[in-house]
Design a protein around this ligand. Structure first.
Ligand code: SAM
Ligand code: SF4
Length: 329
């Protein structure tokens, strides 16, 4: 029986956060100072993550994404990838990274079997990168991208967080950069997941606004007709055939009805939604010799409790108790 919730949505996609730590401090995710990270003893080991994945595969999980915090600050991450790629039934593994450490690890990641990369980069301007991330690491990120291409990564996607009143000057340059290099940018509407309560509807640059900006400056965009309806990004392509652009319109056009994702936090909590208030502990099971069937039953129960969708656009909306870096984006 596939992992189906009470609204009939089938879940085959597991996002695994491997750490809540990060080497930069994007203002829409982390505070500048004083972040309380989880004790290392509370973080799932690679053995525990692998065990969880093996228990989830018989339920129909086929796709994994490793995220964080910054996954590349987790020591020996390629060793985890080696363990996961060989699990029968896993068809796809992706990594979301800020690319600061990609120059160092790209080759090992590729050798470990990773083929899909999402790189988070909002700007190509060094001063603006420093302003957004509070770290002067743009040169390392750009070198990391070059190294990833050199070692063989193809079709790299770029995450750009769209904060209104800030990011407008970067929308078109990021689109041009991706178009010229054969990458796909994905513009993500700013979501209420920051740790400092900076979010407000007026600070969301919407997908429609960005489509208009890119179409005017670079060329017309048209919706991709055969795009996967379960993917979070709405796919567009340049009418001249010059590549694709994705928009994750979580705020202006929520896509909850097509959600196929569950999440495992680095401290072993299962979440049926980025915005979930409740979560289910699985670390206790993993550390008490529970059987695969017991773990599977807890996964099924968590998915059975899944709500229809977040309520960002309603007065009822309650931000989740964890910020983005502690959930895993
Ligand atoms: N550190 C990695 C990175 O930055 O890609 C992985 C973890 S990060 C939490 C995952 C993604 O969340 C990022 O790529 C970024 O695009 C997105 N993100 C972070 N804070 C966000 C926010 N408040 N609203 C929308 N997207 C956000
Ligand atoms: Fe770190 Fe990613 Fe959060 Fe930026 S978005 S602070 S890179 S975890």
């Amino acid at each position: 029986m596939p992992l189906t919730d009470k609204f009939g949505r089938i879940h085959d996609n597991l996002r695994i956060s491997v750490t809540d730590r990060c080497n930069i401090r994007c203002f829409y995710c982390m505070p500048e100072e004083g972040v309380q990270f989880t004790d290392r003893a509370e973080i799932l080991s690679f053995e525990e993550i692998e065990r969880f994945v093996r228990a989830a595969v018989p339920l129909g999980v086929t796709k994994l994404r490793l995220t964080g915090g910054e996954p590349l600050v987790r020591r020996d991450l390629p060793r985890l990838i080696e363990r996961l790629v060989v699990i029968p039934g896993i068809r796809d593994i992706a990594l979301t990274t800020n690319a600061v450490l990609l120059g160092k690890y790209a080759s090992d990641l590729y050798s470990a079997g990773l083929r899909r990369l999402n790189i988070h980069l909002d700007t190509l301007d060094r001063a603006r990168f420093l302003q957004i991330t509070r770290r002067d690491d743009l040169p390392r990120v750009l070198a990391g991208i070059d190294e990833a291409v050199r070692v063989g990564f193809e079709k790299i996607k770029f995450n750009v967080v769209a904060v209104k009143g800030l990011i407008e000057p970067d929308i078109v340059p990021m689109a041009r950069f991706c178009r010229e290099r054969g990458f796909e940018p994905r513009y993500i509407e700013f979501m209420p997941l920051d740790s400092q309560a900076l979010w407000g509807r007026k600070r969301v640059l919407t997908a429609d606004e960005m489509i208009a900006m890119i179409s005017e400056e670079i060329g017309p965009l048209e919706a991709v007709p055969d795009a996967d309806p379960r993917a979070p990004a709405t796919e567009y392509r340049y009418a001249d055939g010059g590549g694709r652009v994705g928009f994750i319109a979580s705020v202006s056009k929520p896509f909850c009805l097509n959600c196929n994702r569950i999440r495992l936090t680095s401290d072993g909590k299962l979440r049926y939604c980025l915005f979930a208030i409740d979560e289910t502990d699985v670390k206790g099971l993993l550390r008490s010799n529970a059987s695969d069937e017991e773990i599977a039953a807890v996964i099924r129960q968590n998915v059975a409790e899944k709500w229809l969708g977040h309520e960002i656009n309603s007065v009822k909306f309650v931000p989740p108790p964890r910020p983005m870096y502690a959930i895993g984006g």
